[in-house]
Design a protein. Structure first.
Length: 221
């Protein structure tokens, strides 16, 4: 007897039970997927992923405990698993944080769920599980277009800020604390302090407040 094609095992993690039910029904009706586990928060998602070893982990970004934290941990423990964020957030900061955490895709809950199975199946053929509009954001982000205020450090100084240092500086200028930046970028507070120290040194200013003032002055020019 022919057993048929192998089904991909999926973990669904979302704190909204009706959303989990809708996703489960869509995937199981499709036939290519077997929902092997469900979770309502990050801790449950990590535990279920380690226990069930799914092929795909479908995580809500803003579930309790942080879907980004779950993605980071699952990616470290199960590098073979494909991680896709399914969220209401189309915020660039969440998108890039998810990619840094190890996500292989980023889908919006506003999508037609009938397309979800094809999007997840495409992961196994090297396709991006991401709306075209967000793909454009990613390309723009990595295209290397630097606004004028990135010339804070003279070209001939040899002390240009790294991309991560720019991210930290922008968030500082937005009023975020060290802890807030750490959560936003999925870093430790110690790592953020190291980046701030490097920014202050490279800009030749006495402290973070002066670095923020300099950034704002140049951004307004």
């Amino acid at each position: 007897m022919n057993a048929g094609p192998r089904q991909f095992r999926v973990l669904i993690a979302d704190d909204h039970a009706p959303s989990r039910d809708d996703i489960r029904q869509v995937l199981e009706r499709d036939g290519r997927f077997d929902v092997c586990a469900e979770a309502a928060d990050a801790a449950e998602a990590i535990q279920a992923a380690v226990l069930e070893r799914p092929d795909v982990c479908l995580l809500d970004v803003r579930m309790p405990g942080s879907g980004l934290a779950a993605a980071w941990e699952i990616a470290a423990r199960l590098p073979q698993a494909r991680i896709v964020m399914l969220t209401v957030s189309d915020d660039d900061a969440d998108l890039f944080a998810a990619l840094r955490a190890g996500a292989d895709g980023y889908l919006l809950k506003t999508m037609d769920l009938r397309r979800l199975a094809d999007a997840l199946d495409g992961l196994h053929y090297g396709e991006a599980a991401m709306p075209r509009a967000l793909v454009a954001h990613v390309l723009e982000h990595f295209r290397g277009r630097e606004p004028r205020w990135r010339q804070l450090v003279a070209d001939d100084s040899g002390r240009r800020l790294t991309s991560r240092e720019w991210e930290v500086l922008v968030l500082l200028a937005q009023g975020l604390s060290t802890g807030g930046i750490a959560r936003k970028l999925v870093l430790s507070a110690g790592a953020v302090r190291v980046h701030i120290a490097a920014i202050v040194r490279k800009l030749g200013v006495p402290d973070r407040a002066a670095a923020i003032d300099l950034f704002r002055q140049r951004a307004d020019t």
